[in-house]
Design a protein around this ligand. Structure first.
Ligand code: DGJ
Length: 387
């Protein structure tokens, strides 16, 4: 059963100022929450609906940080008018607005000028450099989704402000670990029409890897994963979203080592989210249907460098074939709880992006495989129960 305590806040004016533009809230009172309610408005400490879409979480020194896309109202609300936002929380239910972590800028010459697309930010902490390292999907202003770049920003504090460093295509002039001779000798050009069986075979064999070899591989939907030994990986949709790539990051997390693999060539996976449980690596992805939800896919591997095996849809129950009307963005290991993971998804609202909702659901294990079921309301005591 859910418990609520009413707290008076009266901070609406402050919220308007800090949001910088349109926002969604209810009134000037804030409820302290003690449960998750997937799909409902989720108010922050300013009584404003949390604005951190396509997000990722970082747990650092007892505090959770939630980074995500700041969306605005109406058409155009998916382009970046302010940047990437950060919230903090001690309990995962109640979130304090920490403002814009990485700001888009006025300068039309900048890669992150207002109107570019900044998506799916993920932040990891590097214990050696003591830096917070953010990677995110960047599309250059006015180019739709053609640029397909990943971008780097760093900060000495978790809430920022982050300093923008660069954007890049990935693994230029490096073949994947599993590259075949067919791939290496491919011209990168095809005589076949898209979507024909012959073209699909060429894609599987590495048509787009060869095409993008010199410039570097595309990078759209992405996530980061740090393994127990501190090695970090950048996982991203490449090859026109047809194939996932997993690339090892350098020890400072600010570049690529050149060690990379392809996953599910031609399989059309987006929205990767990775976690590790009992020495197995799990990845949940979606198919590619724009802002519309589709069926999630589960993959499992013994190593981040694969091979990855497709295990079907991890969702069960009503609307499981639509990932409960959401798309994966991150899977959070809950600090201090054993075998406790939270699936985080976005319920996109393309006509009014700022109204996008968050679908956070517990991951349970059945027959040694992760399963996600719908709960209207749940709390962290879920993980203390015998299932
Ligand atoms: C689906 C992706 O997962 C989102 O992050 C976004 O890039 C949209 N496609 C754009 O259509």
């Amino acid at each position: 059963m859910c418990l609520f305590k009413k707290l008076s806040a009266g901070l609406l004016l402050g919220a308007v100022l800090s949001a910088g533009c349109t926002m969604i809230g209810n009134n000037n009172s804030k409820e302290i929450s003690e449960s998750f309610k997937p799909g409902e408005l989720w108010l922050d400490s300013d009584s404003v609906h949390i604005n951190a879409h396509g997000g990722g979480l970082l747990y650092h020194e007892g505090t959770y940080y939630w980074y995500g896309e700041h969306k605005t109202s109406g058409r155009g609300g998916n382009t970046s008018l302010l940047g990437l936002r950060c919230y903090s929380s001690e309990d995962l239910y109640n979130w304090k607005n920490e403002g814009i972590a990485l700001a888009s800028v006025d300068d039309p010459e900048s890669e992150i000028t207002h109107g570019c697309v900044m998506e799916r930010p993920k932040v990891i902490y590097n214990a050696t450099t003591k830096q917070f390292v953010m990677w995110f999907h960047l599309e250059l202003k006015g180019q739709g989704y053609a640029a397909a770049r990943t971008a780097l920003a760093v900060s000495d504090t978790p809430t920022g402000p982050f300093t923008y460093v660069k954007s890049t295509r990935v693994n230029a002039n490096v073949w994947p670990l599993d590259a075949s001779q067919v791939m290496k000798s491919h011209s990168g050009e095809t005589k076949y029409d898209w979507w024909t069986p012959e073209w699909r075979k060429e894609v599987e064999d590495g048509l787009f890897v060869a095409l993008n070899f010199k410039e570097g591989q595309m990078s759209r939907d992405m996530t980061l994963f740090v393994d127990d030994d501190g090695t970090a990986y950048h996982i991203h949709s490449a090859e026109e979203n047809l194939t996932l790539h997993i690339s090892e990051l350098t020890p400072d997390y600010k570049d690529f080592t050149g060690k990379w693999i392809r996953v599910a060539p031609g399989g059309h996976n987006e929205a990767p989210a990775v976690f590790k449980h009992q020495d197995k690596y799990y990845m949940i992805t979606s198919g590619c249907t724009g802002w519309d939800p589709n069926e999630a896919r589960l993959m499992v591997a013994d190593s981040m460098m694969g091979p990855w095996k497709y295990m079907g849809n991890p969702c069960q129950g009503k609307d499981a074939e639509l990932t409960f009307h959401s798309q994966s963005t991150y899977i959070l290991p809950v600090a201090g709880k054993k075998d406790a993971f939270i699936f985080m998804g976005d319920r996109w609202m393309p006509r009014n992006p700022i109204d996008g909702r968050y679908i956070w659901l517990p991951v349970i294990f059945e027959n040694n495989l992760p399963v996600i079921k719908w709960y209207d309301q749940w709390d962290l005591s879920f993980f203390d129960k015998e299932i």
